[in-house]
Design a protein around this ligand. Sequence first.
Ligand code: ADP
Ligand code: MG
Length: 327
Amino acid sequence: MLHPPFEETKRLLSRAPITVLALGGNAILQRGQRGTFQEQYENVRSTMAQIAALLNDGFRVVIVHGNGPQIGATVIRHELGHAKVPPLPLHACGAETQGFLGYIIQQSLRDELAKLEVKRSVATIITQVIVDQSDPAFKHPSKPIGPFYTKGQRETLLRDRSDLVIEEDSGRGYRRFVPSPDPKAVVEDDAIRVLVDDESVVIACGGGGIPVIRQGTSLQGVEAVIDKDLAAERLATSIHAESLVILTDVEGVYLDYGKPNQRLLSKISPSELETYAQKGYFAKGSMGPKVEAAIRFLRNGGKRAVIANLGDLGKAINGTAGTQIRN
Ligand code: ADP
Ligand code: MG
């Protein structure tokens, strides 16, 4: 059955509020999986079945996704292949992951929408995100990426590339560390907005976007990775989204997370959440940036931020699951 014309018209007229969905690593790869194409494809497919149901209800959606394990794998492919083909810089590896993940996301979502007979086009935008060259993060590379090395391998690598920072990663071996600068602006935001206004579903800012700096009137990729939740906030704010929904592998934001007295924050204001953040309740590389993204979004005009479990997408959107953050 095709969509009744009335539904189509209603949809076009309604200009439903925009939701930016930030998908955590578990939407693409589950803990313990190796990362085969098939594994990633199947995880993405089941996530897209959930998102298709939302779209069937008339939502306008932009999808942001992570790329931690994928960019690590891409870097390994480039490094191991260097005797045959020249390796690409990290920002180009980021672009590669946006391309292949965008491909499987847009294909799966399209197929799931076709099952529901929902006519919405789906497109991935290769997205650049501007960072500040003088961001202090460039002096303190904090984000481990790619393979683990032995001490010997570390020395060999540094002989060829003295610009790399390779340090011990929590006692598990040596790893490359790259800066994680704060995202400032999404270069392609106008194009994304046009597509969203046209009822298309857009996949953008994959992996936090490709980090670029301004050089006069040009843009130049830099060796860094941007946190995807902070990038999702930049995008959500600039396209005037109503909601920023961050989906991950825990029920929401906890106080005393991992301790016997851990408790879920179900409804909270950004200022209260900020007080907890300042007290150090949220881990730096994981829950911290999600909380920061939510606070920034509300401060910059957003109506609602949600941090919830991926499996609770529907409930997270209707306000009955996760941590619901509102002014
Ligand atoms: P994602 O790929 O979704 O960004 P992350 O691993 O970066 O996933 O962030 C989610 C993780 O944050 C959870 O699995 C949990 O271990 C961790 N975490 C740290 N502090 C908290 C907290 N206070 N409440 C909930 N989860 C927390
Ligand atoms: Mg994360």
